[in-house]
Design a protein around this ligand. Sequence first.
Ligand code: AMP
Ligand code: GLY
Length: 417
Amino acid sequence: MKVLLLGSGGREHALAWKLASSPLLTKLYAAPGNPGIAEEADLVDLKISDNAAVETFCKEKKIDLVVVGPEAPLVAGLVDRLSGAKIKAFGPSAAAAKLEGSKSFTKQLCVENNIPTAGYAEFRDKAAAKQYLDLHGAPIVLKADGLHAGKGVVVAMTKEEAIAALDQVFAMGSNEPVVIEEFLQGEEASYFCFVDGETVLPLTSAQDHKRVFDGDKGPNTGGMGAYSPAPVFTPEIEQRTLAEIVCPTARALAKAGTPYRGVLYAGLMITEDGPKLIEYNVRFGDPECQVLMPRLKDDLLTLMLAACDRTLDKMSVRWRDEVAITVVLATRGYPGSYKSGSEIRGLDRAARAEDVTIFHAGTKREDGKLLAAGGRVLNVTALGKTVKEAQTRAYQAVDLIDWPEGFCRRDIGWRAV
Ligand code: AMP
Ligand code: GLY
């Protein structure tokens, strides 16, 4: 099969690495890709936000399956366009991608289907929102509607912070409503399932580390590291999550005539009362994908095809017993402003370490040198029998990388250790 993978981050490198091992694969293309993905795929110069250009490329190259990594093309209807042209694509339609694209859509769906989530109210008017904050106090959470790369959310621990955040959140959502919701107390976990419209095939869990500094301090980022599985996500919590959250969501979308197909990522708070939905994403997590792929024993391409062909009911999925950890190396300054273009050395040496795989996120190659080209730059991933072993292996590999302009958290996996 000829496959086209869209995206350029660590998530897509992990997908490319796994797809490349598929017995079904004859050719892997990737757009726009990165230097790590280039080791697994032919990179093509294709604007992935241009649905027509993607369709044309697929027809020219007779692509059998398109795998969409990031959310933006999904929300923008790429899969609808490709399906219309009879090109198979892994990922939801624009209507189903609203689960990530619109906070207020998802909140409404939760209310209508009794899905546990934080209580909330929606505002188009700032004065009314301010009144609500005065009434409810803190801690409280403000969310701009639409896609904001994880930056549209303010968790305000004091009323002053909440009021200060109002302007910011209203400006981000432009004409969309702002969601103000109850602060949930507990431990977060990410849970992934494949869905083919009807059947939900559970994958596994992971835990991300969103704050930039050790001890979960500092501003939120796209994710500074992850590990899988998440011990907080016990079999009992998994059963409840499926029964109370994921399956009702899949049923509701199918009933509405907009069935969900692809990978569904539930961001959960495991509270004293059980799992509650924080948000849905309509794609793999980044960096969570980087810890899922090394643990997946089965063929990813076969599973993705089954999600497209609605045959997930005939599939099962097996995971290695080992724990996987990934440590994100970022450019100093991230998630604020930072300088691109510093040189990274010693990567080959680090990648040769036992049970270590390095996924590229924001890198570029110039004159034979590997340079940093983004905020999150590398994902150093390791497997181990225990979290501690995986963590030790990952940091040993990190320490073999010579990149003074980079930094990482030194405590990825701490909750499980
Ligand atoms: P989101 O983009 O909705 O995932 O929010 C980003 C982060 O904000 C989440 O990963 C949580 O850490 C935090 N967060 C969002 N909603 C809540 C909530 N209702 N209660 C507590 N923390 C939240
Ligand atoms: N790691 C968080 C996300 O992918 O949304």
